[in-house]
Design a protein around this ligand. Structure first.
Ligand code: MN
Length: 198
């Protein structure tokens, strides 16, 4: 059975960008609900027990049609949020160094141009979804709880949750202010680690 992963930092630790209230609701309520609902599907369908979440979401088409949507939404929700928490740190912000800096420079020219493009894509997500930086330097978006790996793409380097539940308590409808502030907590060291281990 899947479990809600603990955060590597306190709920209040990102409060210069995301309040403790939002972190508590987002992690303890929203993410927990994806985990609980994913576990409920597995409980009712023992043939898919013991698989990783990555396996479940990338092989969703091979399961009973009646459970595919639930696996996609709740498996994706668990995968995406587990990943999102790792993309942020109280010591985050600034600019990437080394190989990741080179990747971004090669694709976007400079860091600010990358930030501008990523931000534009994040603002362009209609409704609920995610923005991702891929190891080839591409910026992609997914709707709802869809994931890059379920679309046959490589494991991502970085993601941003642009569901309203990720920012509404702090920023109301101002997704642009949320994104602008989020850059101050992006954990580039974790991005570099994923890039070097790809
Ligand atoms: Mn979320």
């Amino acid at each position: 059975m899947f479990e809600l992963p603990s955060l590597n930092y306190d709920y209040e630790a990102l409060s210069r960008s995301i309040s403790g209230d939002v972190m508590r609701f987002h992690h303890d309520k929203h993410h927990q609900t994806y985990v609980d609902k994913l576990n409920a599907v597995i409980e009712a369908n023992p043939e898919i027990k013991g698989k990783t979440v990555e396996y479940l979401i990338t092989n969703v088409g091979s399961f009973l049609p009646s459970i595919q949507t639930a696996i996609r939404n709740h498996g994706g929700g668990h995968y995406n949020h587990s990943f999102f928490w790792l993309c942020m740190s109280p010591n985050g912000g600034g600019e990437p160094k080394g190989e990741v800096a080179q990747l971004i420079q090669a694709k976007y020219g400079d860091f600010q141009s990358f930030v501008d493009e990523f931000t534009a894509r994040a603002l362009g997500v209609f409704g609920s979804g995610w923005v991702w930086l891929q190891p080839n330097g591409d910026i992609i978006t997914t709707a709802n709880q869809d994931t890059p790996i379920a679309q046959g793409l490589d494991s991502p380097l970085l993601c941003l949750d642009v569901w309203e539940h990720a920012y509404y308590l702090d920023y109301k409808n101002r997704r642009d202010d949320y994104i602008k502030s989020w850059w101050n907590v992006v954990d580039w060291d974790s991005v570099a680690k994923r890039y070097s281990e790809r």
